[in-house]
Design a protein around this ligand. Sequence first.
Ligand SMILES: Cc1cc2nc3c(=O)[nH]c(=O)nc-3n(C[C@H](O)[C@H](O)[C@H](O)COP(=O)(O)O)c2cc1C
Length: 350
Amino acid sequence: MSSSFGKLFRLTTFGESHGEAIGGIIDGVPANYTINIEEIQAELDKRKPGQSSIVTQRKESDTVQILSGIFEGKTTGAPIGFIIPNENQKSKDYDHLKGVYRPSHADYTYAKKYGNRDYRGGGRSSARETASRVVGGAIAKQILASKGIDIVAYVDQVGYVQLSGEIDYNEIENNVVRCPNAEDAKRMEDLILTTKKAGDTIGGSIVCEINHVPPGLGEPVFDKLHAELGKAMLSINAVKGFEYGSGFDCITMKGSEHNDLFNEDGSTKTNHSGGIQGGISNGMPINMRIACKPVATIMQRQQTLNEQDEIVSLQGKGRHDPCVVPRAVVIVEAMAAMVVLDMLMRNSFE
Ligand SMILES: Cc1cc2nc3c(=O)[nH]c(=O)nc-3n(C[C@H](O)[C@H](O)[C@H](O)COP(=O)(O)O)c2cc1C
């Protein structure tokens, strides 16, 4: 399995949803940076289950224990090891999945590839693994902040409900959806609750902005900045789409409309390039949009396949997310932070 991410700032994660703990090792963390562990925990709290009525009701405190690499509040340069104990596994909730594959989950593909499958919570395919990414991202974010680089993500669409009002960044953490407009957030929340009541799930999208990135980050040709960001985002569970800058809208534009004309200081009057040209940052804000699918586990009866290759009827049950985007916002920020820091380090880091 490929369980490591990044070249110089490198996170390796381990653990399954129903094991003792999940965790990770971050190697290559530069020495002598101040790290606030409470801030890491605050980031984990934004991803944890049970935080509101529109996410899974599993109860996990997701308390991180730092095992190494930080001494007297500063990075030592040694690998940072950490664990997050699993606390609230109800393996019985998954008994009905023994020998049966959920449609559109990772059950069938894991079974075919590995010849075994942890049916309790999806094992390694569970998004529980992403908590370890949030720890890596929280550390990367703190180092980036010391260099003036900040990252913000928010929900801009749930089902057909789009963010249409004014953006107020202070509003993001004021509502359970993590949408930067209170009225739109309410409409999105209502849609998630109605969908949940019907035993169904719904998709959504997240916008991520990275500000004050200096020009020059990105390694053409295969590790272009947008290629690394795309890989980072598409490696998050349930992510189906990634675009940056003008994205798919560029299809209908002419060059005369799309070109970002320069100002004398090298900034541009528009930002259709999304802060990246030729795979290298140009100093403008980097902006991306990430699409998440409606997750596979629905509380309805569906036809599916079992291990004996028979079509059977499966009634979904357990505690699942009706919509992942509110919890995925912080995962998106974490992956973005690790990519940018890794690229900064590859550019001779001070
Ligand atoms: C924050 C988060 C929470 C998730 N919660 C659930 C869940 O409760 N039930 C579920 O079936 N899938 C959930 N998923 C999605 C699955 O992990 C994912 O769909 C599965 O591993 C298959 O991978 P794929 O959708 O990327 O192909 C969640 C994903 C994220 C990012």
